[in-house]
Design a protein around this ligand. Sequence first.
Ligand SMILES: [Mg+2]
Length: 260
Amino acid sequence: MPHLLHVWPNISQRLLRASHVLLLFDYDGTLTPLMPNPGQANLPPQVRKHLTELVSSGKYLAGVISGRSLKDVVAKVGIPGMIYAGNHGLEIQGPGLDFVHQGALEQAGAQVQVTGELESALAGIPGVIVEPKGLTLSVHYRSTPEDHLDTVEEAFARVAAPFVESGTVRITHGKKVLEVRPNLPWDKGKAITMLQETYPQASLTCFFGDDQTDEDGFGVVQESGGIAVLVGPARQPTTAWHRLDSPGEVAQVLSLLAQG
Ligand SMILES: [Mg+2]
């Protein structure tokens, strides 16, 4: 799998040929390094500067597609004119676009119920953060000691089981995070397809992501002739055709793009 910077002349030619580019990023682990507490993951100033420049160029339709809530992503990035997709694309705001998945809204009550039950079941386990995000919910355990991990997973599985069995929700795993999502055929890939349809002027889509939930996006982007980039070590299995080592290298790519 080629490192994106090693094939940059080729990539930059493809970017040059496109009049408009849909330029999409995951947030945690992609635009910012992963932090013990997700509240600490702030957008590096250089990344903010380059994204702002790219948006104002008019060529790049830049966006962030995150598992965080839309409100949280907007609070973390907040650059005007960008596309923001929260809860893995269940809620999206962008130029001329204001979308919330109707099916997800309909099961928001189940999220409240699961949140309450998980908070009780996981209370007292060190380092666990139960984060309700409206349409989905995350249980973070990046700071949880190794010897408590089984307890976290068992309690999570026990609480989630009846909701999964009733067909209301589905469970996904990310890096030190478990998630409860509505059981809907919707993911980052579907969200990217919707963005491609909303912004047809973009003839090329690029998507950068580091985690399991980004894989849905990689597939869609590559099928459309775009560029999918896994951010992380080469040994990580992926469907993406390109990679970068770290969020630091993503910042380097943004700097190259901003130089035009
Ligand atoms: Mg990520």
